[in-house]
Write a protein that binds this ligand. Structure first.
Ligand SMILES: *Cc1c(COP(=O)(O)O)cnc(C)c1O
Length: 300
């Protein structure tokens, strides 16, 4: 049934080998909760959080020798659930499989920490009001690949999707959430579009909102148009932008292509806020900075 009707949901998180030898996960309770919320949206059974954590712990334990160490290294975990009932009836399946796979993962950027170029997708929205954009379900990704391919052909690295209704509001990158940094009269605002049914509730996004405010920035969740992004970059009030997600933590955006041409953020290189937030986040995840929030979960 999964092949025909697309009942497939997944998660992504990482296990880190810390300097004290322990293996720890970053906020896995949020992934467990999000898998249940994706399941509800897709009419699939909700896996209890304890079972989610137990499955991950068993796999991490079995693969403990394969967890690479060092800055930027971790074991990427991919829990997922699919409908496995063998029938062609158009209804929620009565049988499912929950699985976890893992893969050693190294620094995301081959050439070091660098800024990427993004294209705005003026033609193909990723998600629709009332649709499945807030669920981490397989079906959300195939539809966005056409925009991703066009962006790559155009020399960009990633796509920024706009809202489906007006094609004006920034949403996310289809696998990463989006942040802008605004500076005015000496005060810094770290800004991201508000959660809705068209934006995935990223664990990294939520963590950056906390960290940015602790580092002294104002944080704002509000709708931002692409015209505001362009104008703010031109007049120097929007100084940085970055994408964030489990795979790459924080990815600074240097250049943006839109229907009017392209514009550059700051000097086009990773800015101070992207760099500081990234160091803070990776420091906590990799065990170099004290986990003052109780975000890390030790695998027994
Ligand atoms: C997984 C995902 C993200 C990032 O979420 P994290 O929990 O931070 O990894 C953002 N957008 C989409 C569409 C995603 O699937």
């Amino acid at each position: 049934m999964v092949l025909h009707y697309g009942q497939a949901i997944f998660e992504g998180l990482k296990a880190y080998r810390h300097p004290d030898g322990a293996v720890r996960l970053f906020r896995p309770g949020l992934n467990a909760r999000r898998l249940r919320s994706s399941a509800r949206r897709m009419s699939m059974p909700e896996l209890p959080d304890d079972s989610f954590l137990e499955a991950i712990s068993l796999l991490v334990g079995a693969d403990a020798e394969s967890i690479p160490t060092g800055p930027g290294y971790s074991l990427y975990l991919r829990p997922f659930m699919i409908a496995t009932e063998a029938t062609l009836g158009t209804r929620p399946a009565e049988r499912y499989l929950f699985l976890v796979i893992a893969s050693p993962s190294g620094p995301y950027f081959a050439k070091g920490f660098d800024a990427i170029t993004v294209s705005l997708s003026h033609d193909h929205p990723r998600a629709y009001p009332g649709g499945t954009g807030a669920a981490k379900c397989a079906g959300n990704y195939a539809g966005g690949m056409i925009a991703q391919r066009a962006a790559l052909a155009d020399g960009s690295d990633q796509v920024v999707f706009l809202d489906a209704r007006e094609g004006r509001y920034l949403e996310e990158l289809g696998g990463m959430n989006l942040f802008l940094v605004r500076e005015r009269a000496g005060s810094v605002t770290v800004l991201t579009p508000p959660l809705s049914d068209t934006i995935l509730n990223g664990v990294t996004r939520a963590s950056i909102l906390s960290l940015a405010s602790e580092l002294g920035a104002e944080v704002e969740e509000r709708p931002v148009t692409w015209e505001e992004w362009r104008a703010g970059s031109a007049d120097g009030t929007i100084t940085e932008a970055f994408a964030c997600g489990t795979a790459a933590a924080i990815t600074p955006i240097g250049t943006v292509r839109d229907q009017r041409g392209s514009f550059v953020l700051g000097d086009g290189r990773p800015g101070p806020w992207s760099t500081r937030l990234r160091a803070e986040l990776l420091g906590i995840q990799e065990g170099a900075i004290t986990d003052r929030h109780g975000w890390m979960h030790t695998v027994q």
